[in-house]
Ligand binder design. Structure first.
Ligand SMILES: Nc1ncnc2c1ncn2[C@@H]1O[C@H](COP(=O)(O)OP(=O)(O)O)[C@@H](O)[C@H]1O
Ligand SMILES: [Mg+2]
Length: 395
């Protein structure tokens, strides 16, 4: 499907990034959080990047989840290198035609873009400055799933370098480097901004608003245009189903396609079938998490339980954590055993646990927190296996 465009939201952000708003601090970095699959990457690439280009800004986009086997620090350096390379090609052609004197960017012809961010290469700060000069325009660096940078030392160093580039390149009233960072998990993104040692200490994290009523109205319109027999489509029901799908357009659209299909086999209105599909999806998501949890070894279960219970306050090996493990497992857990369990949780595919370069742990998918809290509130924690059997401890 062609993405639904969110131009107004994008335009507002461009203004904020340019420092044109009276309030707000986006010119120091815009941090956007929203759950997985709610449309962050689509918005950044299909709405925000074009709006920035429209405003005469050079845009560099990098998704740190695009290839999780590669070091995030390298991915960031490469994205900047690619953009710079494109401009240096131009600079070189100008130099050939009009002579080296015409080259505005000093040293441009000697830059080796393949070594950016490496010890013997251009630093990220210099690379960004060169890009800004070669493009002769402000630069916006959009880092998607930016929290992933914190999982490696090179990624962390890149973040610190970006902050320093921002401080050097921006003056009051003159923004030359715009930074946009998105993340699927607010708590992890927070690590970039909360503690005094964090790269972007003092910045605020904003929620990227989910697609909402205008998106639903757009979809309802499309349906009505194609199927006049369904007029008027019940927008409130669509909205309710979309919310039940966790504001994830992909699942919502797939379900719409299924219930509107001539093969759907239901008679009358499609809206009730859509709501049912949304509930089924929710039940399926929850069953999936429960079965994953139940498939873990008992030590892994209590470690994950503690993490879910503590959120950002989680400390894996402090006395209270060890007491918690022992109380819920019925036998003591050593630091080494807890560590082994944490490693196993990280090494699963998909990984259940995230670890920063500083040894901080968090659940990989924030949806698990919502699932945990809902179960606790309903008095249904911990999950029990359908057979009522305890898993056998293999460690
Ligand atoms: N504006 C939109 N209009 C229609 N579909 C969208 C839109 N944004 C996202 N989607 C759908 O949702 C899926 C997930 O979006 P994505 O941007 O990858 O989410 P995120 O980056 O938050 O995980 C996309 O593959 C696309 O099918
Ligand atoms: Mg994404």
């Amino acid at each position: 499907m062609i993405p639904y465009r969110r131009t107004q939201l994008a335009d507002e952000m461009v203004q904020a990034l340019q420092g044109r708003l009276l309030l707000g601090d986006a010119h120091n970095g815009l941090f956007l959080a929203a759950p997985r699959r709610t449309g962050k990457s689509t918005f950044l690439q299909a709405d925000l990047a074009p709006a920035l280009r429209q405003a005469g800004v050079e845009v560099v986009y990098v998704d740190l989840w695009a290839d999780t086997r590669r070091d995030p620090g390298t991915l960031i350096a490469e994205a900047i290198a690619r953009a710079l390379q494109a401009h240096l090609g131009l600079v070189a052609r100008t130099a050939k035609k009009a002579g080296v004197k015409a080259v505005k960017l000093a040293g441009a012809l000697d830059i080796d873009t393949s070594r950016i961010g490496q010890i013997d290469g251009l630093t990220l700060v210099d690379a960004l400055r060169s890009l800004q000069q070669a493009a002769d325009s402000p630069v916006a660096l959009i880092i998607d799933e930016a929290q992933h940078a914190l999982t490696s030392e090179a990624g962390e160093a890149a973040m610190t370098a970006l902050k320093s580039a921002r401080d050097q390149m921006n003056q009051p009233g003159q923004v030359s480097l715009m930074l946009v960072m998105s993340g699927s998990d607010r708590d992890k993104l927070l690590r970039l901004v909360v503690s005094a040692g964090a790269p972007f200490y003092g910045s605020q994290i904003q929620a990227l608003p989910p697609l909402d009523t205008d998106f639903i109205a757009h979809i309802a319109h499309l349906v009505e245009a194609q199927r006049p027999d369904l007029l008027p489509v019940d927008r409130a029901a669509l909205q309710q189903a979309f919310a039940a799908f966790g504001h994830r357009p992909q699942f919502f659209m797939a379900a719409m396609g299924a219930v509107l299909s001539p093969l759907a086999g239901h008679t009358g209105r499609f809206e009730p079938a859509l709501l049912q599909a949304a509930q089924d999806q929710q039940a399926q998501d929850q069953a999936q998490m429960a079965s994953e949890y139940l498939g873990l070894k008992p030590t892994e279960q209590v470690v994950l339980w503690r993490m879910l219970d503590q959120g950002p306050r989680y400390r894996p090996y402090d006395a209270e954590a060890l007491r918690f493990y022992r109380d819920h497992l019925g036998r003591p857990v050593s630091v080494a055993q807890a560590q082994k369990a944490l490693d196993a949780l990280r090494q699963r595919t998909p990984a259940l646990v995230w670890k920063s370069a500083h040894g901080e742990y968090a659940v990989e998918d924030a949806a698990m927190h919502r699932w945990f809290q809902a179960r606790v509130a309903a008095g249904q924690w911990p999950p029990e296996s359908p057979q009522g059997l305890l898993a056998l401890d293999g460690d």
